[in-house]
Write a protein that binds this ligand. Structure first.
Ligand code: SF4
Length: 326
């Protein structure tokens, strides 16, 4: 069965005063119908730019998709005009942003915003749109949905605003929802509630979810398949069990070592291991493996030859020279 979304050879670059920044540099990934794919990596690894490139939500210029295809249900989205993409946005692919306050319109009530999205994409009357809006707000467990539908974004807490954002993204029942760090701006207990809500909505509507996160704990809780990105490239991809049981790439291993372990913390004095160093500049990156400066297994070939993604087990791919060099 063909994937719902297939990204092939995506390169998204940004023009800066210092040169061309290769934020996403040759990414291939796919999402199947009804699947949850987590894209994980540190800040600056290219995961958000990959997600935003799908619906051309990056500022162009200075950003530009310089190569690749983004095929959704058999149609390449890259050549589409803004009007054509408007048809895809919300109706086919919903987007949940990191900070809802920056994406909700502060001068329109939440009800007007959700109803407007419904009326733009579906043949519904004002009355029907309002009824559907209240229904969606109830589904995302907004307390007193009917009474608060005419309230404005600033009248809600951060967690409630994110529920409104989810209602808006799902109102037209898209086949795919992209959630870009949807819980980062929230406190820990609200984070868990929002992730549970997303999971509940996914099961209710049968949609696929592409979840962008820097937190391996979130990945372990939500993903079916995982793509690990580093410095604009995919370095590992596997189903969630394989990734946590036998991570192959030293970067993935480092991310997993940095997860707090409640079971160990109760009985041992444990120290979380951070990955030393930082993501390299993506303006004229050095040849070879982009993780080389931070890798405890670095070999001479690593600074000369770029490791390409290769299959190390069925459905498990990795871009590293470990195990490939005689
Ligand atoms: Fe480390 Fe070399 Fe693998 Fe890069 S290719 S992750 S430097 S071992």
């Amino acid at each position: 069965m063909a994937p719902l979304l297939e990204i092939k050879g995506l390169k998204t670059h940004f023009a800066t005063d210092d040169g061309i920044l290769q934020a996403v540099d040759g990414v291939d990934l796919s999402i199947n119908k009804g699947e949850t794919l987590c894209v994980v990596g540190e800040s600056g690894c290219g995961k958000t730019v990959t997600a935003m490139s799908i619906l051309k939500l990056i500022a162009m210029p200075p950003g530009r998709i310089v190569a690749g295809q983004i095929i959704f249900e058999g149609r390449d989205l890259v050549p589409l005009t803004s009007d054509q993409l408007d048809e895809v946005r919300a109706k086919e692919i919903g987007f949940i942003f990191q900070e809802p306050m920056t994406s909700l319109n502060p001068v329109l009530s939440i009800g007007e915003q959700i109803a407007e999205s419904l009326r733009r994409h579906e043949a519904v009357t004002r009355k029907q749109a309002l009824a559907r809006t209240i229904e969606m707000l109830q589904l995302v467990q907004l307390p007193n949905a009917a009474g608060r539908v005419h309230d404005y974004p600033h009248q809600f807490s951060g967690g409630m605003r994110q529920r409104v954002m989810i209602a808006m993204a799902l109102a037209c029942k898209p086949k795919l929802v992209i959630a870009d760090e949807p819980t980062t701006a929230l406190d820990v207990t609200i984070q868990a509630q929002i992730l549970d809500l997303l999971q509940d909505m996914k099961e209710r509507f049968g949609m696929a979810v592409m979840l962008i996160t820097h937190a391996m704990g979130v990945v372990a809780e939500t993903a079916q398949r995982v793509v690990v990105m580093y410095a604009g490239k995919i370095v590992e991809e596997a189903d969630v069990d394989s990734l946590f049981e036998s991570p192959g790439h030293p970067y993935t291993q480092g991310l997993i070592r940095s997860i707090p372990r409640i079971d160990l913390a109760a009985t041992h004095k444990t120290r979380l291991e951070a990955i030393g160093g930082s993501v390299p500049s993506l303006i004229n990156p050095a040849p070879g493996c982009r993780f080389a400066a931070r890798c405890r297994h670095v070999m001479s070939i690593c600074t000369e030859v770029e490791p390409l993604l290769r299959e190390i087990a069925p459905g498990h791919r990795m871009a590293c020279h470990l195990g490939a060099v005689p």
